[in-house]
Design a binder for this molecule. Structure first.
Ligand SMILES: Nc1ncnc2c1ncn2[C@@H]1O[C@H](COP(=O)(O)OP(=O)(O)OP(=O)(O)O)[C@@H](O)[C@H]1O
Length: 727
């Protein structure tokens, strides 16, 4: 078993390094990452960066740390649920053996927390003691593992009454730092100060996403000269207090990918990782410690989760990365020469948390219900394997030419002055005090986080439900069309509309081609020698000769409608002055209000009275209600969707999604679509085209709805409405 202890050799100037190691011919950059094996039990690592050198002596004989594996069994979620997990006082967990139900399988762990345990119990016993290591320049990681719905997010985030590990770690860390640290001039070697930076990322579908600054791109995972794993380009924000953290974490949590599955209303669809970098400036050195707080996505049995479509794909990525995690653990336990860290983003990122230079605790969550039996069995097997993994801790120390500490750091730490050992003692002494603060007065800051989570839960659940409904409808419609069969009148008419639409399009194309083949219409075979203006003119002429859409429909061989009577046309015009044709603009400003040159066809057709030429009053009121609904839904998306969801909107993208999100954070909810025009960076042209896109999508949606609700309306009527709105 290997372990490492570091001895700092102090500040070495680049010149000194050259002399000592005989590298006189090399420039400082060139002896970056040189390794000197002194003997079997020690190893020196020397690195230089921008003329600053640091040297770490690793003692291979001392200090062994295992990954601490604790089990947490959550309470059953319903009183009448059958339970299959039992715990014993001596840190054992028992479940029945599915191969022989008369037998019980027994697992021994470092500790087992039963259903009556609180967050505080877990934190005090296994998490709080690790925090000191971060102040000494070592890495610490706390991760929650387990099947979906077993309580990982509950353990890491917690509730208002019982905050989880993430808020507790940060609260305790700052309580310790602000009460024990001093604002210092860095050159005063007897005093110390700290800098804490916060990053938050998720691994979703094998892509690393920065939750503080969500981007479409997949951030790369890299390794530095000291074999620290880091994410290149990840946003890091310096935080000075628990409030700073809260302000960043709340909005960033909204960017997390969660959704409802059959087993969990708010299932995490990604692995989320909070990273705290703790730099301690002490005695002319900087100790770089890191704390990872990891909420893994749950392993999923898709026969039980009922996952389909997007959920199924996510589940595949989650299960794959957890499978690789299992392989990594196996490889470490069996001393294999190659550990497959690189086989998944999760294991690559956790490389220095599992079997690397880290103090780790894995809180393994299990659900007690019988319905979770197989998940529990697999999880306990995995957890007992993980217990054998040995981590070796390494202190990361940099000798530096002391810079002035940041102003904010001075401000924060100006109150007191205590040495690090005193801080350690303080950290333990604050244990009870901090906890009572956290669960009473300090729960207040956590409330918004939990509220956001709850809100997010509702929003995401609602959105997913709508999306899945829509998918079902579209799938249903497609299959109806292909099979040419009908199970309900509504569905068959939708299929008919689709078919007719295709035919209309084909006829349009045909007419266009015929026109082009006419002399002077621009022939396909010959090179077009016309000037652009002439070309445009001839195209306009060609299009002018194409019969109006409604007349094409009337000529359709299905003969579902004949020519529209003049009276009906007139009536339609009158009715069109009532409800707008746009689902997004019940009180649409006239088209002229838009920037010159931009044309909303849906609107123009509506005002010209040719969209719904023979719409009845009943249709009109249905239509209006549908429009209203569409508008509300779109506003709801603007007001409630996380950045991730916003950027999926057609033409929005990551940057604009961020702008929308930031605008609503600072200015409050959108009251109308006009507000979009007030977002800095949103041009009039862009907003108009965005609304037009949703105008069309909304119209399609309305037509599907109307078709279902008024199956007896003639197909041609609906088709004309649909075509009018969409084109
Ligand atoms: N120790 C506990 N005490 C009370 N309720 C709990 C506990 N652990 C979990 N729960 C409840 O169980 C449900 C599922 O928990 P949670 O969402 O944390 O599961 P999860 O493992 O994170 O699931 P997923 O992997 O799908 O995100 C939640 O309603 C949560 O409140």
């Amino acid at each position: 078993m290997l372990s490492r202890v570091t001895v700092t050799l102090g500040y070495l100037s680049p010149f000194a390094v050259r002399i000592i190691f005989g590298l006189t011919t090399l420039k400082p950059e060139a002896y970056k990452q040189k390794y000197f094996e002194t003997n079997e039990s020690t190893k020196h690592v020397i690195s230089c960066k921008l003329g600053v050198c640091y040297c770490v002596c690793i003692d291979l004989r001392k200090k062994q740390t295992r990954v601490k594996v604790v089990i947490r069994v959550r309470p059953p979620l319903s009183a009448d649920a059958k339970v299959c997990v039992s715990t014993t006082g001596d840190s054992k967990v028992e479940i029945f053996n599915h191969r022989n139900v008369r037998e019980n399988l027994q697992y021994q762990f470092s500790s087992v927390f039963d259903k009556s345990s609180t967050q505080r119990d877990v934190f005090d016993a296994y998490v709080r003691p690790l925090l000191n290591h971060a102040l000494e320049g070592e890495n610490v990681s706390i991760f929650a593992y387990g099947p979906t719905g077993a309580g990982k997010t509950y353990t890491m985030l917690g509730t208002e009454d019982d905050p989880g590990m993430i808020p507790r770690v940060i609260h305790t860390l700052f309580q310790s730092l602000t009460s024990s640290t001093t604002c210092i001039k860095f050159k005063d070697s007897k005093k110390e100060s700290h800098r804490v930076s916060f990053s938050f990322l998720e691994i979703y579908n094998e892509k690393v996403q920065d939750l503080l600054n969500p981007k479409e791109t997949d951030l790369p995972i890299r390794e530095d000269a000291m074999h620290n794993i880091f994410v290149a380009g990840l946003t890091e924000k310096t935080i000075h207090s628990f409030d700073d953290f809260k302000n960043l974490f709340g909005p960033a949590s909204n960017n997390r990918t969660v959704a409802a599955t059959k087993l969990n209303d708010r299932s995490s669809r990604s692995h989320s990782i909070v990273q705290l970098r703790v730099d301690t400036f002490r005695a002319g050195k900087v100790f770089h410690g890191k704390i990872y707080l990891i909420d893994l996505a749950g392993s999923e049995d898709n026969r039980r989760t009922g996952n389909q479509g997007i959920r199924l794909k996510e589940s595949g990525a989650i299960n794959k990365s957890l499978f690789v995690l299992g392989e990594v653990v196996d490889a470490i336990n069996n001393n294999l020469p190659r550990i497959p860290y690189r086989n998944s983003k999760l294991t690559r990122l956790l490389q220095d948390s599992i079997g690397g230079s880290c103090h780790s605790v894995m809180i393994t969550n299990v659900a007690p219900e019988e319905s979770y039996y197989y998940d529990t069995y697999c999880t306990l097997n995995f957890a007992s394997k993980s217990r054998k993994v040995v981590n070796s801790s390494v202190t990361s120390v940099t000798d530096i030419q002391p810079p002035e500490p940041p102003k904010s750091l001075k401000r924060t730490n100006s109150a007191t002055q205590v040495h690090s050992t005193a801080k350690k003692a303080k950290l333990s002494a604050q244990k009870s005090q901090s906890d009572s603060n956290l669960s009473t007065s300090q729960t207040a800051p956590i409330i918004p986080l939990v509220q956001r989570q709850n809100h997010l839960e509702r929003t995401v659940k609602g959105c997913m439900q709508k999306m899945e409904d829509l998918l079902h409808r579209v799938n249903g419609t497609q299959s109806q069309t292909s099979a040419q069969t009908s199970s309900s009148p509504g569905d068959s008419t939708v299929a008919e509309i689709h078919r007719q639409l295709l035919e209309v399009k084909a006829q349009l194309r045909e007419l266009q081609q015929q026109k082009e083949q006419k002399p002077g219409g621009g022939s396909a075979g010959k090179p077009d020698t016309h000037k652009p203006q002439e070309r445009r003119r001839s195209l306009r002429k060609a299009l002018a000769s194409v019969p109006p859409l409604d007349s094409i429909v009337l000529k359709d061989k299905t003969n579902l409608a004949t020519e529209m009577p003049k009276q009906q046309k007139a009536r339609a015009r009158v009715e069109d002055d009532g409800p707008s044709c746009s689902p997004l603009f019940p009180d649409t400003p006239p088209l002229q209000k838009f920037k010159k040159g931009f044309k909303s066809t849906a609107l123009s057709r509506g005002t010209a009275g040719c969209v719904t030429p023979h719409r009845t009053k009943k249709d009109a009121s249905n239509f209006s209600a549908q429009q209203q609904k569409q508008n509300e839904e779109f506003l709801e998306i603007l007001n409630e969707a996380p950045v991730k969801r916003l950027q999926d909107l057609h033409t929005v993208g990551a940057k604009r999604a961020r702008l929308i999100f930031e605008w609503r954070q600072t200015q409050g909810p959108f009251t109308s679509f006009e507000d979009l025009r007030r977002i800095p960076g949103f041009t009039e042209k862009y907003v108009s085209s965005l609304l037009q896109v949703y105008d069309r999508q909304g119209a399609m949606e309305i037509m599907i709805q109307m078709t279902k609700h008024t199956p007896n309306t003639s197909i041609s009527e609906r088709l004309v409405q649909c075509v009018g709105i969409m084109f």
